[in-house]
Design a protein around this ligand. Structure first.
Ligand SMILES: C[S@@+](CC[C@H](N)C(=O)[O-])C[C@H]1O[C@@H](n2cnc3c(N)ncnc32)[C@H](O)[C@@H]1O
Length: 434
């Protein structure tokens, strides 16, 4: 079909341009609202017509030159062509649109967004590995945009610089391993002082390869682990036991230990701002009983408990529960405790049966916390709930239940730029009992 010309109307939640032409809606990557573009209409995929931009005829004043040579191919980023302040405006707009449209709630006050550095912020990532003969051998990197191919990265401007600097050597290392077509991924995690890598392998790994990993770890001053099956099978390549990974919450004078596969918030600086903001909204005091649901290894639980309040963290992953307990112990925090419970299934009455809580934090995965909001909130009725969300659509759905079916108002909501350059929207919402 011939090229079409049209003005971009909006951006989707994935950062893709919405363009109307010839009575059809097309989804075009790499363009910005109000831009006049020409584009080649493409196929219908998953019910949507795609288009490929061929020329920006009138550029948006918010357009900037993408800083990374892989932008447009690599699926890691979607918004590098949008200036920094417009990125956060876009995220705030998505948040507020979702709350008002899906949630049918109004926000008392929109909070100033929480932001850190725009680059080199990402301390945790899973990189795909593929041996593709036609592309010259081993590829290491994120998946391409809207495809399952791997973008071969020699550097990444969003990764922690200590991780990005490892990429060229990692290509060489993996190229030199026997059976490297049976190595599907490598996970990287950076603590405040150490970097760890976990090599997933589908077939047994030879002693010669273990030696290569050891040598790489020694030269680059990192810790290497191998993983043959589930999380239980993660093993250091030795010879000495690695120094544990840790990150600090300086303002609370605590350090949390984690293993390379554990969930941690990816952006260290923004995480500190986010936890401090939650703390300030909850104003914990010694007489409080606070419930922290989806608590992970105690990222909110332990800072809150430094106030002397009793804080109970609930989490579905056994490893994280024991990590939370261990972190309470090494930081000598006595009034924090951790329980394992699946918060998406089954009977949650055990929570309400464990006594009164006057304040609450929840920080669920993308699927949200529908069952918690339906079953737990009406029984506990906390005065204040701080809801941290990584998906504005499920936050909005849950906010609807809080406000329109329970006795709460949405006092504050604000965007959090946990993942700059991507379309990912993190946010915090504060609900108060009316
Ligand atoms: C977004 S993370 C937040 C973790 C923690 N609050 C933090 O800041 O590091 C969501 C957490 O929910 C936990 N989770 C996921 N599904 C769960 C379930 N069905 N029941 C309980 N916890 C679950 C995950 O293991 C993860 O630790």
């Amino acid at each position: 079909m011939d090229e079409l010309r049209a003005r971009v109307e909006d951006l989707t939640h994935d950062g893709i341009g919405v363009v109307k032409a010839n009575d059809r809606v097309y989804f075009v990557d790499g363009v910005l609202p109000d831009e006049l573009i020409s584009f080649k209409p493409g196929k219908k995929r998953k019910g949507k017509f795609e288009g490929k931009s061929t020329k920006i005829l009138e550029a948006s004043s918010q357009r900037v030159e993408a800083e990374c040579e892989y932008f447009g191919i690599c699926g890691g980023c979607a918004l590098q062509h949008l200036d920094s302040s417009s990125q956060i405006d876009y995220k705030e707009k998505i948040l507020i649109d979702n709350l008002t449209r899906i949630g049918k709630v109004s926000v008392g006050e929109v909070l100033s967004p929480l932001r850190g550095d725009m680059w080199n912020y990402r301390r945790k990532a899973r990189l795909g590995i593929k041996n593709v003969f036609k592309k010259g051998g081993i590829l290491v990197g994120f998946r391409e945009r809207q495809s399952s191919f791997i973008t071969s990265l020699q550097r990444c401007k969003t990764l922690d610089i200590r991780i990005s600097d490892l990429l060229p050597g990692l290509h060489q290392l993996i190229t030199g391993l026997s059976n490297n077509s049976r190595i599907p991924q490598i996970e990287v995690a950076a603590g405040d002082h150490r970097v760890a890598l976990v090599l997933r392998h589908l077939e047994s790994i030879s002693q010669a390869d273990i030696e290569r990993l050891r040598e790489y770890a020694a030269i680059n001053d990192v810790d290497f682990f191998t993983q043959s099956k589930g999380p239980d099978s993660v093993m250091p390549v030795g010879p000495a036991m690695p120094i544990p990974l840790r990150y600090s919450h300086e303002q609370f004078d605590i350090e949390l230990e984690f293993s390379p596969l554990d969930f941690i918030q990816v952006n260290a600086r923004v995480n500190q701002l986010m936890v401090k903001q939650a703390y300030d909204f909850l104003e914990p005091v010694a007489s409080d009983r606070i419930l922290d649901l989806f608590c992970g290894l105690g990222n909110f639980t332990l800072p809150l408990a430094t106030s002397g309040a009793e804080v109970i963290g609930v989490e579905g992953d056994n490893y994280l529960v024991s990590k939370g307990r261990y972190n309470a112990e090494i930081n000598q925090i006595e009034r924090a405790s951790f329980e394992k419970l699946d918060l998406h299934a089954g009977d949650l009455s055990v929570i309400a049966d464990s006594g009164k809580f006057n304040k609450m934090v929840i920080d669920p995965p993308r699927s949200g916390a529908f069952q918690v909001i339906q079953d737990v909130i009406p029984k506990i009725q906390p005065e204040r709930l701080v809801y941290v969300s990584c998906n504005p659509a499920t936050l909005a759905r849950d906010a609807d239940v809080m406000v329109n079916h329970n006795d709460y108002s949405l006092t504050y909501a604000g965007a959090i730029d946990m993942f700059p350059q991507t379309a990912h929207v993190e946010s915090m919402a504060v609900f108060d009992r009316s």
